[in-house]
Design a protein around this ligand. Structure first.
Ligand code: C2O
Ligand code: CU
Length: 475
C-alpha cells in the first residue's frame, strides 16, 4: 500500500514537471510561417518561499514559477518569445538592459499597448550585446515584478571565457504575511511609496529560501548576479572567497576589479558577472552572504564535493571579456544637456507638482494620485519627452538628487557612463542602472544611437509608481 502511494506521488510530481516545462520554455510554437522559440505564460502559481514545513505562497510567475525560465541564447541571434497573458491584469514584458529595437521594449503606454488578459503578444529581437540581462513586466511593475514575474535573459558570447560552471543567481525579497501569502495591501502603501520603497521580509536566491550550489575544489565559476528585488539594495559576498567583477549590467568592465570590502553592491535591477575561483577544500561549505543595511543574511551556500577536485592548483589568469559592439565614442563638447532634478519623498516633501498636465498641491497628489516624487517638477510619466535627440548625438544627463533617499536610476535603450560625480571620481563603467545617494549629483553620458522613445525611471519601483518616471526620444 505504502509503495503504491509513493509511486503515485512520484508520478504526479513528474507529470507536473512536464506540464511546467511545456508551458514555459524550449518549445517551438508555430506562428504564421515563423517559429517562436519561447512561450512565456504569465500566470498564477504556487511556490515554497518559506521553509518546507511552512505554507506555500501563491505567486504570479512566467510558467507559474519565480524566477521564470532562464532564457539563454548566443549574441547576435534572433530571439522570439510569445507572451501569453493568463493574469487578471494587463501586462507586458520588458527586456531589461538589452539595446533593443524600440517597439519590443515592452513599456506599456510608451512603446506598446498593454497585453490584455487572455491575449498574447510576440516579442522578436536580436540582442546585439552579450551579457547578463533579465526580463519582467512593465505594467504595474511594482506589483507584477514583486509577485514573481521575472527571469534571467543570458546572452552568451561567441566564445565565452573558459569556466567550469556558469551559474545565474537571482536575489529577490518578498513581503509575506503571517499566512505565508503576499502582503497585497502594501502595494499601495503611501508609506512605502514615499520612503525606501516596498521592502520584503524574506530573501530568496533563485526562488528558494536557501539555495545550495554544488562545486568542486579548484573549479572556476562564472556567477551572474541579478537583483530582482523592487526596493532592496544588497551586498553579496562569498565567505573567504575573493570574486572578480568582469561585467556590470551586462557590459564588460575594462579591467576586472575586486569589489570594495569583498562584497558586490547591487541596487534593484543591477547585475554583476563575477569570476569566482573555488579555493576551499573538498567537504567544506561557503556561505553566500547578503548584507542588507546592518543585517547579514545567508541566502545559500557553495557546497564543496567531499572527495573530488576539479584541479589541484587554482587558476590564476583572469579572463577579460571582449567589449560589446556598443557605441562608446561620446563627444562631451557637442552634447545635448539634460537636467533631471529629483525631488520629494518623506522628510523633504514637494509642495506641488504637475501631474497629467495639471498642477496639484501635495495633499491632492498624495490622496488622489499616490504621487510623492517629481522629476523637474513633474510627477508620473509626462506627455512630453525630456528631450528629443538627433540620432548619433551625445547626451549628458545631470541627475540631481535633492531627496533624502537613495535611488536606482534606470535608462532604457542605452547604457550610460558617469562623467562627473559630486562625491567621488566618476567610474568608467557602462551601466543601465545608476545608484544615487541622497544629495548626490551624478552626471552620465551616452551616445544616442538607438532610435525611439525610451523611459528613464527609478527602479525602486514604489518610487516609480510614486512619480519618478520620465522619457526621452531619439531620432
Ligand atoms: Cu527593469 Cu523600466 O525597467
Ligand atoms: Cu527611487
Amino acid at each position: 500500500m505504502a509503495d503504491v502511494k509513493i509511486s503515485r506521488r512520484a508520478l504526479l510530481g513528474t507529470a507536473a514537471g512536464i506540464a511546467l516545462s511545456n508551458s514555459v520554455n524550449r518549445f517551438a510554437v508555430a506562428q504564421g510561417e515563423r517559429v517562436v522559440d519561447h512561450r512565456l505564460v504569465a500566470q498564477m502559481g504556487e511556490t515554497q518561499l518559506l521553509e518546507p514545513n511552512e505554507p506555500a505562497t501563491r505567486i504570479w510567475g512566467y510558467g507559474g514559477a519565480a524566477p521564470g525560465p532562464e532564457l539563454r541564447l548566443k549574441q547576435g541571434t534572433e530571439f522570439s518569445a510569445e507572451l501569453v497573458n493568463k493574469l487578471t491584469q494587463p501586462t507586458t514584458v520588458h527586456w531589461h538592459g538589452i539595446r533593443i529595437v524600440n517597439n519590443m521594449d515592452g513599456v506599456a503606454g510608451l512603446t506598446q499597448p498593454p497585453v490584455q488578459p487572455g491575449d498574447s503578444f510576440t516579442y522578436r529581437f536580436t540582442p546585439p550585446d552579450a551579457g547578463t540581462y533579465w526580463y519582467h513586466p512593465h505594467f504595474r511593475t511594482w506589483e507584477q515584478l514583486a509577485r514573481g514575474l521575472h527571469g534571467a535573459l543570458i546572452i552568451e558570447e561567441e566564445k565565452p571565457p573558459a569556466v567550469d560552471q556558469d551559474v545565474v543567481m537571482i536575489f529577490d525579497d518578498w513581503r509575506i504575511g503571517k499566512d505565508g501569502q503576499i502582503d497585497d495591501a502594501s502595494f499601495e502603501s503611501m508609506h512605502d511609496i514615499s520612503h525606501a520603497g516596498r521592502l520584503g521580509n524574506i530573501l530568496t536566491l533563485n526562488g528558494q529560501f536557501s539555495a545550495d550550489f554544488p562545486v568542486l575544489s579548484g573549479q572556476r565559476l562564472r556567477l551572474r548576479l541579478i537583483n530582482a528585488a523592487t526596493a532592496r539594495i544588497i551586498r553579496v559576498s562569498f565567505d573567504g572567497h575573493v570574486p572578480l567583477v568582469i561585467a556590470l549590467d551586462g557590459q564588460p568592465v575594462e579591467q576586472p576589479l575586486s569589489p570594495e570590502g569583498g562584497g558586490v553592491l547591487l541596487t534593484p535591477a543591477q547585475r554583476a558577472d563575477l569570476i569566482l575561483d573555488c579555493t576551499s577544500h573538498p567537504g567544506t561549505a561557503t556561505d553566500i552572504a547578503v548584507d542588507v543595511g546592518r543585517e547579514r543574511l545567508v541566502a545559500g551556500r557553495l557546497i564543496y564535493d567531499e572527495r573530488r577536485r576539479q584541479r589541484s592548483k587554482v587558476l590564476t589568469d583572469v579572463p577579460i571579456l571582449a567589449p560589446n559592439p556598443m557605441p562608446t565614442d561620446i563627444d562631451l563638447d557637442d552634447a545635448v544637456p539634460i537636467d533631471l532634478v529629483m525631488t520629494g519623498g518623506a522628510r523633504r516633501p514637494i509642495e506641488s507638482a504637475e501631474f497629467k498636465g495639471k498642477e496639484y498641491g501635495i495633499r491632492d497628489l498624495v490622496r488622489q494620485h499616490k504621487k510623492a516624487w517629481a522629476f523637474n517638477g513633474i510627477a508620473g510619466l509626462p506627455d512630453k519627452p525630456l528631450a528629443v535627440i538627433d540620432l548619433g548625438r551625445t547626451v549628458v544627463v545631470r541627475m540631481v538628487n535633492k531627496t533624502a533617499w537613495r535611488h536606482a536610476m534606470h535608462f532604457h535603450g542605452h547604457h550610460v557612463r558617469e562623467v562627473a560625480h559630486s562625491a567621488r571620481a566618476a567610474l568608467p563603467h557602462w551601466r543601465d542602472t545608476v545608484f544615487m545617494q541622497p544629495d548626490e549629483t551624478v552626471t552620465v553620458a551616452f551616445k544616442a544611437h538607438n532610435p525611439g522613445r525610451w523611459m528613464l525611471h527609478c527602479h525602486m519601483l514604489a518610487h516609480q509608481r510614486g512619480g519618478m518616471a520620465a522619457w526621452y526620444e531619439v531620432g
